[in-house]
Write a protein that binds this ligand. Structure first.
Ligand SMILES: CC(C)(COP(=O)(O)OP(=O)(O)OC[C@H]1O[C@@H](n2cnc3c(N)ncnc32)[C@H](O)[C@@H]1OP(=O)(O)O)[C@@H](O)C(=O)NCCC(=O)NCCS
Length: 182
């Protein structure tokens, strides 16, 4: 398994990977334009795992210079439980630490089994804060299968599956807790 920085040309293969998880919430930020914009700003924090030329895993992370945020950690089913997710997260954590970031956050549905994965990697569930979100404009959130909803982080249709939510841009007032030690 090879690990490298994510490239703009990976977009189609990544959409395909992310679309394999029912309930995964893909938003306007996951359009090709949104993807490329994110990579331009945060490309040094985004990685893929590649096996025989095919994308086997992904993680995207971004920094607003204050905190780091992790998105789209995904490992194709046939490659799971062999350390790929852990390696991708190590790459992200090292890159963000090297950039001077002291703390990372991610957003995940409570019922996602990946909570146990993150716990093993030292992440802690926060019980002391709410995440508050606001959709700007008219764009609905849509899941990988086309179901739409205006509820942030939850795709439409059946109310969403056990997959990591994808919130709007970090750093926008209202999407991060104010004050306290977030
Ligand atoms: C979460 C995910 C990325 C884990 O990838 P992975 O390559 O299977 O993880 P690893 O093999 O590196 O596992 C690292 C450790 O976590 C454990 N682990 C992995 N998945 C787990 C799960 N669902 N429940 C409990 N423990 C888990 C492994 O056993 C391993 O433990 P160990 O170090 O004691 O051996 C993968 O299951 C996935 O793509 N899930 C679907 C997408 C998703 O939900 N992503 C999170 C979005 S926020």
């Amino acid at each position: 398994m090879l690990h490298r920085l994510m490239e703009a040309s990976d977009y189609s293969a990544l959409r395909d990977l992310w679309s394999r998880f029912p309930g995964n919430a893909l938003t306007g930020a996951d359009s090709r334009e949104g993807f490329e914009r994110f990579l331009e700003a945060n490309g040094r924090f985004c990685f893929v795992a590649v096996d025989s030329g095919a994308i086997a895993g992904s993680v995207m992370a971004g920094s607003d210079t204050r905190r780091g945020y992790v998105y789209h950690l995904a490992v194709a089913e046939e490659y799971r439980r062999s350390g790929t997710g852990r390696t991708l997260m190590t790459l992200v954590e090292d890159a963000l630490r090297d950039a001077g970031i002291e703390k990372l956050h991610l957003f995940i549905f409570r019922d996602n089994p990946a909570v146990a994965f993150y716990s093993k990697l030292g992440w802690q569930v926060r019980e002391d804060i709410h995440v508050m979100s606001k959709i700007l404009g008219d764009a609905p959130v849509s899941d990988a299968h086309g179901a739409t909803s205006r509820e942030p982080g939850r795709p439409g249709g059946d109310g969403g599956g056990p997959i990591c939510g994808y919130l709007k841009q970090p750093g926008i007032p209202g999407s991060e807790p104010e004050g306290g030690e977030e």
